[in-house]
Design a protein around this ligand. Structure first.
Ligand code: PEP
Ligand code: MG
Length: 544
């Protein structure tokens, strides 16, 4: 039995085989032992297979999301028949004695860079497509099934690192847990693991021999046991059964109010990233959705999701929530949440860069599509819209003006809409300091403590070396929260917390005493939080 340690980002036990995920980049070797003719044959066979996959995807997309959105798969098929593309691949195989996968990979990158530099908007947009379709061929050549990081059986995934877009695309029914070498506890990948309620460890040094071996991921003790001894395996199985029992006990709190012993009530909502998560919200009896991270729809897609596609997803969530509040956050892309087709420049300081509302206010086309989809969904339930990364009153006014423009257009076309509350994320020190003025503009504030901690303490939330310094309990952060709650209440704004700190049970009492109106947490954290709230008595001295 081998033991390796790391840092746990979700308590819990996962038991199953390990599966090492290699990114395409690390597996493409340059020189081939085969002849160029043989390599070319391999490439042609893989191309045929890719075209078959794409034809299948086209049919599926046609049925599910319509012709306009399915067209992308036709474009990909055409690229694999483009003479310039094929000549380039052949050239690399013949002149460099390269493998087919290296030639396809390199050609994809070269063409992508060339397309991105063109003035023609259509060709610019194809930069990502040519890269994507090349990756598909490489995956076939290296024996990976397309888009399926996990294989057929449930596994504990092991990887150097995982981006939010890789994580969001995983088939959750096949994922028992994950282990990464890199990554930070405050990253969006970690947040996704919590949303999916999947035990995960980061900072684990693994090697290739782990692939396929049986393991126990012990999130409580920050470690993984490879080839666990029979006795340990049975202890861990018992612990997992115990966890399931505890979860079942919490089910007894369903339909009970989030009220303290002395009668103070607070809303407990859930954070989700896709329509597929809405089942978790119901299962855990959250009173609403306090944060729908709409950017994950973008991360799951190969190209900009259309207004109709977004509308279908938002409508599903709103209808399922049947009148309960659903707070949609507008696109918060950028920094660690990257979708290749946005073609965002590499930045020196991405967390301080071109992201969130800054993209929306300068890419009005994208922003309007999203706002229209949200407004259309508002006819089917209780919708609120909030803007992320706000630093000034000007931004809020501009965003509201664009929203009004969308509303007017929809009204003109006779589209039905409901009442919509408008809010902002308070996640920059600037927003905290401007809270009185900002509160005049909106109906609610939602404190994004993940970023608020990052910007207040000047600590990059993505940097694992700084995890020990990233202290969300820092008095400066808690004072920012208190200041925001007080300013919000002075102007009739309700104030919630949707950052990870909202689920920190050691602070529940503090937040209740501050007068926070709502806590929005990952679905699995809803019932433990309810339990904590129901155990508190605010007439007693605050616990030290
Ligand atoms: C936050 O910053 O606290 C937040 C909720 O948003 P995100 O984690 O998506 O940046
Ligand atoms: Mg944030």
């Amino acid at each position: 039995m081998q033991v390796a340690t790391g840092k746990s980002i979700l308590n819990g036990i996962a038991i199953g085989p390990l599966h090492i995920y290699h990114k395409t980049e690390s597996t493409t070797s340059v020189s081939s032992t085969l002849s160029p003719a043989e390599e070319w044959q391999r490439f042609e066979n893989a191309c045929e297979k890719a075209k078959e996959q794409l034809a299948g995807l086209y049919e599926k997309a046609l049925e599910e999301v319509g012709e306009e959105n399915a067209a992308i798969f036709e474009i990909h098929q055409m690229m694999l028949e483009d003479e310039d593309y094929l000549d380039a691949v052949k050239g690399i195989i013949e002149t460099q004695g390269a493998t087919a996968e290296y030639a396809a990979y390199t050609t994809g990158d070269n063409f992508s860079a060339a397309f991105a530099a063109m003035d023609d908007a259509y060709m610019k947009a194809r930069a990502t497509d040519v890269k994507d379709v090349s990756r598909r061929v490489v995956n076939i050549l290296t024996g990976k099934t397309d888009g399926n990081l996990l294989g057929d059986k449930p596994v504990i995934l092991v990887a150097d690192d995982l981006t939010p877009s890789e994580t969001v695309q995983m088939d959750k029914s096949k994922l028992l847990g994950f282990i990464t070498r890199h990554g930070s506890a405050n990253s969006h990948t970690a947040i996704l693991a919590r949303t999916m309620n999947i035990p995960a460890l980061i900072g684990v040094d693994f090697d290739e021999s782990w692939d396929g071996r049986m393991a126990v991921l012990d999130g409580y003790n920050h470690c993984v046991y490879i080839d666990p001894a029979a006795e340990l395996l049975s202890t861990m199985e018992n612990k997992r059964t115990e966890d399931l029992k505890q979860e079942a006990l919490l089910q007894g709190l369903k339909k009970k109010p989030n009220i303290t012993l002395d009668g103070k009530e607070i809303n407990v909502y859930a954070n989700i990233g896709s329509a597929a998560d809405v089942g978790l919200v119901l299962q855990n009896d959250a009173g609403g959705i306090g944060l729908f991270r709409s950017e994950f729809i973008y991360l799951e897609s190969e190209d900009y999701p259309s207004e109709d596609q977004q509308f279908a997803s938002y409508k599903r969530v709103v209808e399922t929530m049947a009148g309960k509040k659903v707070v949609f956050r507008t696109l918060d892309i950028g920094a660690d949440k990257q979708a290749a087709y946005f073609n965002l420049d590499k930045e020196e300081n991405p967390a301080l860069g071109y992201r969130a509302i800054r993209i929306c206010l300068t890419r009005k086309d994208i922003f309007k599509q999203q706002l229209r989809a949200m407004l259309r969904a508002s006819a089917f339930g209780n919708v609120s819209i909030m803007f992320p990364m706000v630093i000034s009153v000007r931004e809020v006014r501009d965003a509201k003006e664009i929203l009004e423009e969308c509303r007017a257009e929809l009204r003109e076309s006779g589209v039905a809409m409901g009442e919509v509350e408008i809010g902002i994320m308070v996640e920059t020190p600037a927003a905290v300091m401007m809270a009185d003025e900002l509160a005049e503009e909106v109906d609610f504030f939602s404190l994004g403590t993940n970023d608020l901690t990052q910007y207040t303490l000047a600590i990059d939330r993505q940097n694992p070396k700084l995890d020990a310094f990233y202290d969300s309990h820092h008095p400066a952060v808690l004072r920012m929260i208190r200041h925001t709650v007080e300013a919000g209440h002075r102007h009739n704004c309700w104030v919630g917390i949707c950052g990870e700190l909202g689920a920190d049970l050691t602070l529940t009492e503090t937040f209740l005493r501050m007068g926070v109106d709502e806590l929005s947490v990952s679905p699995a954290a809803v019932l433990p939080l309810r339990k904590r709230i129901r155990s508190l008595d605010l007439t007693k001295e605050a616990e030290a």
